[in-house]
Design a protein around this ligand. Structure first.
Ligand SMILES: *Cc1c(COP(=O)(O)O)cnc(C)c1O
Length: 400
């Protein structure tokens, strides 16, 4: 590279004084876990996405676990999902003792290909767990039609999709309304807003919301807030096996501030993504992500497919040498050692499978996306100059 550019990270959380003061407020209040800040965050979050209920939990993985339990996923069941996702998606299915059955993706959106879903529905299928991958809404309309015709609940892994929108009956609606049965969000620092760690479930079903609340606090019948305010002695009981999946009030206080920033963050990210689209057309053979006309992504990540002639690791290394951080395309869960043997399915009877380890002939688009795509830096504070640097460095790396 001719001149040294400033180091550009892949992502940066958008946190400031307001969040620090909010955390301090929670600490000084003397109530530091699952109290008034959590309750307020839940209400504000649900109002933002347009859902009737929001239930805060420790992270999105625990949210997915509780969502699957709520729709009745049990040991021996199958849940249809994608391999091409962060491993937590499929792990949450295995926590229920069920088997993830993987469906391939559409190459342009990195999302589940709805056309392939019906082929893998069996009499053991209990639910469909779709992902709005890196913030891009998946084709919910088509998926819900298929799910309804088979009487299957749909859970949305919206870990990355806070602030993304989908065109629904002529109106733009937030992901998480939810359009399926339950949506699950993450507040990990790699996502668009953060509470350090944290998660949220949204649903319009009051019974499920009640069950989330029992499950997240050891199955305890009386929440702390109720016992604290009671004028009479109350003993709690434990009607079911529960977990400790609580969010703290310190996190929720931070989350409430992040929620206030969210519209501006999403607007900025959409602008940055549009700028990338314009700058990157200059690189021959590079394939840019596409947004369906019915979707508005929050662009949690900006993922491009490299030209046929480029080597993924070499491009990433050259960019890193020039001070630009990238990540490879989204992982494929079925290729990880934790997913060897019988942990997953693809609709083929294992005895009839002729695939080599690490490859699945039904998941070729997923594997291609992992091997041929890279994620470029995109964060709220990013400048146009920094974007131009990324593009220049990528262009040089692709021309080697
Ligand atoms: C980040 C992520 C998760 C896990 O979220 P945590 O809050 O870290 O548990 C799950 N699914 C997808 C698609 C993700 O990107």
């Amino acid at each position: 590279m001719s001149e040294k550019v400033q180091n550009i990270p892949i992502a940066k959380p958008c946190l400031g004084e307001a969040e620090a003061e909010a955390a301090s407020r929670a600490i000084m209040s003397g109530w530091v876990t699952q109290g008034p800040e959590v309750a307020a965050f839940e209400q504000e979050f649900a109002a933002y996405v347009g859902a009737q209920h929001g239930c805060a939990v420790s992270n999105c993985t625990t949210a997915l676990h509780l969502a699957l339990l709520a729709v009745g996923v049990q040991p021996g069941d199958e849940v249809i999902t994608v391999s091409h996702s962060y491993i937590a998606t499929a792990n949450s299915i295995r926590y229920c003792g069920a088997t993830p059955v993987f469906v391939d993706i559409e190459p342009q959106t990195f999302n589940i290909n709805p056309v392939l879903i019906e082929d893998v529905i069996s009499d053991r299928t209990r639910a469909i767990l779709v992902v709005h991958q890196i913030g891009m809404p998946c084709d919910l309309k088509t998926i819900l039609d298929i799910a309804h015709s088979h009487n299957l609940p749909v859970i949305e892994d919206a870990a990355c999709a806070i602030g993304s929108e989908i065109l629904w009956d002529g109106k733009w609606e937030k992901i998480g309304k939810p359009h399926g049965d339950i949506a699950c969000f993450s507040f990990h620092p790699r996502k668009v807003i953060t509470t350090g760690d944290g998660g949220m479930l949204t649903t319009n079903n009051p019974e499920w919301d009640k069950q989330f609340r029992l499950h997240r606090q050891h199955g305890m019948s009386v929440p702390d807030t109720v016992r604290h305010g009671a004028k009479q002695v109350i003993f709690e009981s434990y009607p079911m096996l529960g977990y400790n999946y609580r969010m703290t009030d310190i996190q929720a206080a931070v989350g409430r501030e992040q929620l206030k920033r969210l519209p501006e963050i999403v607007e900025r990210r959409r602008y940055l993504a549009q700028t990338y689209q314009q700058l990157l057309v200059d690189i021959p053979g590079l394939k840019l992500p596409t947004e369906p006309i019915w979707a508005k992504s929050n662009w949690q990540s900006f993922c491009v497919r490299l030209p046929e002639t480029s080597d993924q690791v070499q491009v990433m290394q050259m960019m890193l040498d020039a001070g630009v951080s990238t990540r490879r395309g989204i992982m494929c869960t079925h290729r990880e050692p934790a997913y060897k043997q019988e942990a997953w399915g693809c609709g083929v009877v294992p005895q009839d499978c002729l695939c080599k380890p690490g490859n699945c002939q039904h998941l070729t688009e997923s594997e291609q996306a992992q091997d041929r795509a890279i994620i470029l830096p995109l964060f709220h504070q990013m400048t146009t100059v920094e974007q131009e640097q990324v593009v220049e460095v990528l262009k040089a790396a692709c021309q080697v």
